[in-house]
Each structure stands twice: as structure tokens, then as C-alpha cells.
Design a protein around this ligand. Sequence first.
Ligand SMILES: Nc1ncnc2c1ncn2[C@@H]1O[C@H](COP(=O)(O)OP(=O)(O)OP(=O)(O)O)[C@@H](O)[C@H]1O
Length: 244
Amino acid sequence: MDIRIEQASLRWQHHCVFSNLNLSLPAGHWTSILGQSGVGKSSLLQLLCGIADDAEIEGRIECSDGRPLQGRVAWMAQQDLLLPWLSLLDNVLLGARLRQGTPSAEQKELGHYLLQQVGLADRALSLPAQLSGGQRQRVALARTLFQDQPLICMDEPFSALDAITRLRLQDLAAKLLSGRTVLMITHDPLEALRLSDRIQVLRGTPAHLTDPLLPSGTVPRSVDAPEVLEYQGRLLRMLAEDTP
Ligand SMILES: Nc1ncnc2c1ncn2[C@@H]1O[C@H](COP(=O)(O)OP(=O)(O)OP(=O)(O)O)[C@@H](O)[C@H]1O
């Protein structure tokens, strides 16, 4: 499903974060947005997810199936947001538990399958506190996949992890989210370049989006591919220009 934000404006009290902003999220593509701190990336995500309650908002969000986007977004954040008293399996099944109480046998089977996909099949009954940060984020990824929504929004999903765990999680996410429509906010140009089909920078006051950068080749791209290194330099210079 293609998603398009058209002519969007967002104000918090009297602060205009962006106005007349357009963003296309083509079906099955991974789009990443970079930008300096405070430019409005999270506000844009909140607008898309319909949770920017205190903001003054104008504009349209259109889905190619003609239905509203609200309620059809899966969210993955920097903190894993796992419930500490639930097993890993029950955390993956959380959406079903909240909707209907007891998940069906098929849903439990899917939950087990997703834990297997993220390499934690043998830990289904463990509690989150018994896992490392990288493992917990893998459970969060399985839970995001379980929700099976047409849009997956990721807000700096791997930024709390060490460099190597982060690269491994990126590889896993590239594999498991292949063919999904993803919007990721990140501060890391390399992360965007490894994973994305389209990269845009949110910059200025009020903020606007740059034209998409379209890296070539299949994901996850190698950290030292010449094009990745060249684009990384270009994006870092752009972000440095924007940072006061
Ligand atoms: N709930 C809110 N109420 C009032 N102002 C807000 C609110 N949320 C964000 N803002 C303001 O909107 C602007 C953009 O904030 P936002 O969190 O979207 O930026 P960001 O690019 O995601 O920053 P960071 O990278 O640091 O997370 C900031 O000036 C911020 O203070």
C-alpha cells in the first residue's frame, strides 16, 4: 500500500515545526529520515501515527487502498517497551492479548515462528530481564512483525545498542522486513544507507524534506561499499551544516 502525506503542517503551541510538507512512502520500500535533533522527525512520525494529539495539524494522509491509515501502523522504538512480567512469547503476542484476551493456537504458532526467526526460539518462556539489550530488541522486532500492519514506523530502533550488535540487528531487520513498507527515523547516516531504498533529510525552520537519495544495490549494504562511504560523507556534511 502506498502512503502519501500531502501539504502537512504541524504546530506545537505557537512553534511551527513544518508546513506544506510532502512525503511519499511507496509500498514495499524502506524510507529513512535523518535530521538534526529537534528538527521535527518524531513530530512527523506522531503525525503519521495519529498520536500528535496536542499539535495543530493540517494536511492529508492518503493510502492507496482508500482507507485511513489510523490504527494500521506498527511502531518500534529505541527502548524495547517489553512488559517485564510477560514471557518473550507473550510479549510478541501482546497485540492479540490486548485485543482478544487469549491468543488463538495459530497466533501462538506464529509467535513461536517469529521468535525462531529472530534466533530466540529456545527462550520463549524467559522474561525480558533475562536477556541482553540486543536480544530484547530482537523480541521487539518479532512483536512488530506479529502486528502485521501495512506501515512499520521505527524511531531510532537500534541506537541504544553497541556497534556490532547494531550491525547484526540491521542485517536481521533487512531480512525480516524485506518487502514491507517501513519509515525509519535515525541519527545515523550509515544505518540509513545500509537499510534504505530512500533517504531524506528533514532540515530548516520550518522544516522541509530534501529530495530522496536512492542508494543502489541490495540491502543490507556493506559498511565499506564505495557508494555507501561517498553518500555517508555527503549526508554527514549536510547534517553538520544544520547543527548550530
Ligand atoms: N508535545 C510537544 N509539545 C510541545 N512542543 C513539542 C512537543 N513535541 C515536540 N515539540 C517541539 O517540536 C520540535 C520538534 O521536536 P521533535 O521531537 O519532533 O524533534 P526530533 O527531530 O525528533 O528531535 P530528536 O532527534 O532530538 O528526537 C522541538 O522544538 C520540540 O521542542
